[in-house]
Write a protein that binds this ligand. Structure first.
Ligand code: SF4
Length: 99
């Protein structure tokens, strides 16, 4: 449940592309296999829609292995902007699946 402050000030949230993988294959994370990207996107878009119902989204951080290796990342960013109504999008590395 969103607090009044979330509506007024906005929140930062994440969008985790845990199925994208990364071609660098570093020892501590490179063993993560590419997964079902369609399922991953569906889950994350739904999460974003739910958050946007209750909060003003100020920043969305896209992570998950290397998100820019996904060939359709520009389409993903456009859709994230449309759902979240923010232009503040960050990209970072991570492999952890959201809990
Ligand atoms: S996401 Fe980072 S740590 Fe993981 S394999 Fe790619 S470069 Fe290495």
């Amino acid at each position: 449940m969103a607090k009044n402050n979330d509506k007024k000030e906005g929140v930062m949230t994440n969008f985790v592309l845990y199925s994208v993988g990364c071609s660098n294959k570093c020892v501590f994370c490179g063993k993560v296999r590419r997964g079902d990207i369609k399922k991953n996107l569906r889950e994350e878009y739904n999460k974003l829609k739910e958050i946007s119902k209750e909060s003003n989204i100020r920043i969305v951080e896209i992570s998950g292995n290397d998100p820019i290796e996904y060939e359709k990342i520009s389409d993903v960013i456009k859709k994230i902007k449309r759902i979240s109504k923010t232009k503040n999008i960050m990209l970072s590395y991570s492999w952890k699946k959201p809990s």
